[in-house]
Write a protein that binds this ligand. Sequence first.
Ligand code: ZN
Length: 280
Amino acid sequence: MTMRSTTAPSPRTIAEEQHAKSCQTTIITSGQGFHLRHASLLAYAKQPGYAGRFDLLTVLCDPQKLATPLGHDLLTQLVADAMLALDAHQGEQILVAVPGDPTAVVEAFRRQFLQDISSYRKPINPNTPIIGLSLDEAPEPSESVVIACMEPRQWDQANTAPFLDQLVKVYGLDAHPDVLAMPGGARDVEGKMKRSALTIAQLQARHVERNWQRIILTCHEDCAVFGGNAAFHGPQDQRNKLTDRLKISRKVLQERFPRRALETAIVSIEGGKIAGIVHL
Ligand SMILES: [Zn+2]
């Protein structure tokens, strides 16, 4: 684990340090809830002493597509997001967990990673291990999709009520909802960034197969993509601004997914883990 400066840290730096201690892994996997549960259990079982937290990045298409020219835009975005996760949380390894043989996807990811590493804004370890894991095929597809942040405090196996289970309970979802996990969650759905276009394209392509009935958009408190708690004038200001962002994202998706239930929520974070889900 990389050590930071020994000068007096700011409160934000202390929070980052706490993260860094238990988030050495970035998991890249399919957006099927069944797969991300399986991937997190494999990661948990694979590493003695692993704290059960990880940055989570998912794709809604078949992850094997990432190894083909058709998946290139998505692959480059995933590589950029993985570098962001490694950088933000001092990550030490990347697990690529896909149904079937992970070899081709791992190799495609590694090539892109090594190609893009020099243009990332901070130094990234080119020898970061990129490990492939093979997942079982998923059972029945879900009728719902959740858009959420990659945030490790949400994907905490050690927590007695992991995020996915809380979502299932709060919203009455089937056991394995689809999940699109990326930095900032539903924050950038409306933006002009490449990520926004990719998000909408992924949702639309998967919706053709899934015919989702419910789309749940979430952001969480103390999100590094927003600048953390320190970026707001107190809890109420943070809640208001997250609510505003979610309303915009919801409006954009409502135009593309008419007659579907679009719901929004803020994930409340306290003491390094989820304190609750505030259904707006
Ligand atoms: Zn976040």
